[in-house]
Design a protein around this ligand. Sequence first.
Ligand code: GLY
Length: 281
Amino acid sequence: MMLRHPRDAPACAAHRLQTWSPAVPIAIVREVSASLAACQLSFVDRHPPDVALARAQHAAYRHALQSLGCRMLELPAQDAMPDAVFVEDVAVVMDEVAVMTRPGAASRRDEGSSVAATLAQYRELRVIDPPGTLDGGDVLRVGRRVFVGQAARSNVEGIAQLAAHLTPFGYTVQAVPTRECLHLKSAVTQVAADTLLIQPRWVDREPFADYRLIEIDPAEEHAANALWVGTGGVIHPANFPRTRERLERAGIRVLAVDLSELQKAEGATTCCSIVFRGDRD
Ligand code: GLY
């Protein structure tokens, strides 16, 4: 099913929205596609991933999410869509509403339908329309502030549409240019309520001046992508021990997960899930 509008999503009616405990984050994940090796690549060289190992690593990642208290919604692989494991890019879920994106890579624009069908049980859905493009990996929400990476995948029109969807709920939306990386969340992620992990070569510090910033170790250029679900610690790739040490020195618990095969597909921790609060009202 190709979602054209929220009304097209099954089970989308507001009366079917479900309510969950405020304390329980929900994580949507999707099994790794058999075709992962044919994924989009922008800033990393192509080294074919081992799909069986990628699936084992993804299972460990799911286990880490569960150990952080997430209620898991696990979608089956979409083998014809190499990048479909990176569910983060197809939806932006806030407390009040979910926005189905229009990914910047045309090859990824059919990935959202089944995610929309799942999300429709929890949130009212909105969409990004052409010519807007938006990847969820470019959207960093910190409280009521939403920073959106503006580069190849997310354009001015897509960011403006996101702002139109979210500002009525009291969010501020700010475009942030990135350089030499795929997404804003390749360059900066939230690791605690008031703390961001940042790769200063790929994004300026200035838009994030209101937060405590932890810089990655310069020897680990891809280490800024960590996943905080609002409880416990963060999930962080195991191959960045120096940055892990910086996080731990700052008092942040780190669940290190080997994601080597998903990193070959230019993925990391945030892109493999959509995490949102289970409560709605
Ligand atoms: N391979 C992830 C992406 O380029 O979207």
